[in-house]
Ligand binder design. Structure first.
Ligand code: CMX
Length: 448
């Protein structure tokens, strides 16, 4: 794979055209307006995880604290309404969404099919990846397995191979694109393989070349319709959340050193595996099951639920699925999934319980008084749908998040290289310096 000739497809030609047209804008900003001040950093931001510091650029998605995510300028409902659907599908294909994410243009049905054919031609997972997975202790967390499988494939990197041959800087995006497409095409198979190896008696289902990304994933998981549509929706909703979240930022950061997309995405997955980020979706299910276990399997009343929420907070733990570093309202990804549940599984007891948590938790969190955002995020609702369709092994949920997140972070690093973004290297200071500037009422001049 590493020495495969660069391919020319309609999507790639279009992307090249877009990058070429866009690049002068970035270059002009950098050269002529580099000194224009757009923000200042305070001590709280330096210590507190760089909240609100505007030092990342992406045109792929934007997160408004009140409104939530927009993909390429479109809200979630607008995105789902705009994308073409295949006959019999309730949801758009992941392929059509990826075309949109990458180029900013809504594809025709035919253009979406071209992506499907392209991914199909790249979908074969090298046999050694399965050997690596099989060599790991079976109780290894599935996220560790997923990240390891991605990293194991680094030897396939077109970027690394062409870089070693002296590739020109203007070709970086092309090699990154090849790696991104090769990786994306393989992720559903790898994820489903991990699932069935760990939880389904090591019995496997071969991919079906006739199926799209989401359909094939559902097929290889061994789950009947409408899980194909559930998967399409899930992957699209989890794809991108602008650039500052841990998985997107990590992927961007690692790729900025010109580490290839395999290194970069594997690193991003390791960030996604944190309980304050993507792992929260498994934590939500674990928390709910724990509540029900304590009540002998019974659904709690609102009062009982309140008491459990307080117990969790008093125990020094967070309420998983609630709060957000940027959002200040209910996450529209939560709402989209809630609407899906209302339509398809309105009487499901777990859905009802999650709705009850939505009714009770914001009040408890507000009374607790710490979080800036007492509203639910994407992870509060996603597990219910998986559980309903039979994926009850909740430690797998973050792997599914990771498959979706790949779409956004890989599209982003293709553009990073296309626009020639620099290696990331913010400046650190010492605590003594902060104390000195605090006493002086700010950092005056450029003494350090
Ligand atoms: N439960 C309890 N306490 C919470 C809380 C929650 N859900 N959300 C925030 N807080 C606390 C913080 O821990 C922090 O406490 P300290 O001052 O003691 O450190 C305080 O409230 C202020 O936090 P914040 O500014 O409101 O939120 P942050 O930007 O620091 O953190 C997040 C954001 C998501 C990590 C946090 O809300 C959280 O831990 N939520 C639960 C985990 C979760 O659902 N994560 C998934 C987020 C979406 C995703 O990435 O997938």
């Amino acid at each position: 794979m590493a020495n495969a000739k660069p391919r020319t497809t309609a999507l790639k030609a279009k992307l090249f055209e877009k990058i070429e047209a866009f690049r002068p804008r970035t270059q002009k900003l950098n050269k002529e307006f580099g000194n224009v001040v757009i923000d200042s950093v305070n001590i709280g931001q330096a210590i507190g995880g760089a909240r609100d510091v505007r030092c990342l650029v992406t045109d792929i998605s934007y997160l408004d604290p009140q409104e939530g995510i927009r993909f390429r300028g479109k809200t979630i409902p607008e995105t789902f309404a705009a994308l073409p659907r295949k006959a019999g599908f309730e949801q758009p294909t992941v392929e059509s969404f990826f075309y949109f994410l990458l180029t900013g243009d809504v594809p025709t049905a035919e253009q979406a099919l071209e992506v499907e054919a392209d991914w199909r031609s790249r979908a074969e997972v090298p046999a050694y990846v399965f050997d690596v997975l099989r060599a790991m202790p079976r109780d290894t967390h599935p996220m560790t397995m997923f990240s390891t499988a991605v990293l194991a494939m680094q030897r396939e990197s077109v970027f690394a191979h062409r870089y070693a041959e002296g590739m020109k800087k203007t070709d970086y995006w092309d090699a990154t694109y090849e790696d991104a497409m090769n990786l994306l095409a393989k992720l559903p198979h790898i994820a489903a393989y991990i699932y069935r190896m760990k939880y389904k008696g090591d019995t496997h289902i071969e991919p079906d070349a006739k199926l799209d990304f989401g359909g094939n994933f559902a097929h290889m998981m061994g789950i009947a319709k409408p899980y194909d549509d559930v998967s399409r929706m899930y992957f699209i909703l989890h794809s991108d959340h602008e650039s500052g979240n841990v998985s997107a930022h990590t992927t961007h950061l690692v790729a900025s050193a010109l580490s290839d997309p395999y290194y970069a995405f594997s690193a991003g997955l390791n960030g996604l595996a944190g309980p304050l980020h993507g792992l929260a979706n498994q934590e939500v299910l674990g928390w709910i099951q724990n509540v029900m276990k304590k009540l002998g399997g019974k659904i709690p009343t609102e009062e009982e639920l309140k008491a459990f929420l307080w117990d969790t907070l008093k125990g020094g733990q967070v309420i998983p699925g609630y709060g957000h570093a940027v959002l200040r309202k209910t996450d529209p990804r939560y709402t989209a999934q809630m609407e899906y549940c209302q339509k398809h599984l309105p009487d499901d007891p777990l859905f009802k319980l999650v709705n009850m948590i939505y009714k009770v938790a914001p009040g408890v969190l507000t009374e607790h008084g710490k979080t800036k955002n007492p509203w639910p995020n994407v992870d509060a609702q996603s597990g219910v749908i998986q559980w309903y369709y039979g994926v009850r092994e909740w430690d797998f949920y973050t792997v599914e998040f990771g498959v979706g997140r790949a779409l956004g972070v890989l599209a982003n690093i293709v553009w990073d290289r296309g626009l020639g973004y620099a290696i990331e290297r913010p400046k650190s200071v010492t605590t003594a310096m902060l104390e000195q500037w605090a006493a002086a009422g700010g950092r005056k001049g450029k003494e350090e």
